[in-house]
Ligand binder design. Structure first.
Ligand code: VGL
Ligand code: ZN
Length: 198
């Protein structure tokens, strides 16, 4: 049983500079995410990486009536996890957004390669607390953290391993405040080991 797990949300080329839906400085979190991944690996704690994994046509994209330019289309380079993201060999990649009628911002809508929902997988592992980093703070990180809390898990936002879009100035700060209002804690490289010890 593993009480704690790490979730790295959507650290994909399209959310990094040069990508179709670039988060400003999105790639800057990669080395920090790698550090967290190593920490959890050393402690034999499970590591999950979610990916946005859309069909070419979806109501999530502008052409389908949605808010976003096409991004993270299944099988494209933009949908690949960032090349410098370094995950433990036994990390589980979960995919979301495959349904052409669904945004699927939350990693709790994502499935393992075996088709199991992330929440079910975490429950099976005995996970009680999820540490979350990734992209974007004000969309998929926010939705994933709030879903984690609603599903009865504790959640810790890794503040130095997230970056947001701020489509409206203040979105990132509001997202962090909202996650905290739902009960999320925050941690950084400096405090995560203390947090893990609790
Ligand atoms: C995301 C916008 C659209 C995200 C995904 O990963 O935060 N944002 N699709
Ligand atoms: Zn998307």
């Amino acid at each position: 049983m593993a009480r704690d797990a790490l979730l790295l949300v959507d650290i994909q080329n399209d959310f990094c500079p040069g990508g179709a839906l670039a988060v400003p400085d999105g790639d800057r979190i990669v080395p920090i995410a790698n550090w967290y991944a190593r920490l959890f690996e050393r402690r034999r704690l499970p590591v999950f990486a979610s990916r946005d994994w859309h069909p070419a046509e979806t109501s999530h994209f502008v052409a389908g009536g949605g808010p976003w330019p096409p991004h993270c289309v299944q099988g494209t380079r933009g949908a690949e996890l960032h090349a410098r993201l370094s995950l433990p060999a036994d990390a589980v990649v979960v995919s979301k957004g495959m349904d052409p009628g669904e945004d699927a911002y939350s990693a709790f809508q994502a499935q393992t390669p075996a088709g199991k929902l992330l929440g079910a997988e975490l429950k099976e592992l005995g996970v009680e607390r999820l540490f979350v980093g990734g992209l974007a703070t004000d969309y998929c990180v926010r939705a994933s953290v709030i879903d984690a809390l609603k599903s009865g898990l504790r959640a810790v936002v890794l503040e130095d391993a997230v970056k947001g879009i701020d489509l409206e100035p203040g979105d990132i700060a509001r997202a962090v405040a909202e996650m905290e209002e739902h009960g999320a804690r925050t941690a950084t490289l400096d405090t995560v080991e203390m947090e893990l010890a609790e």
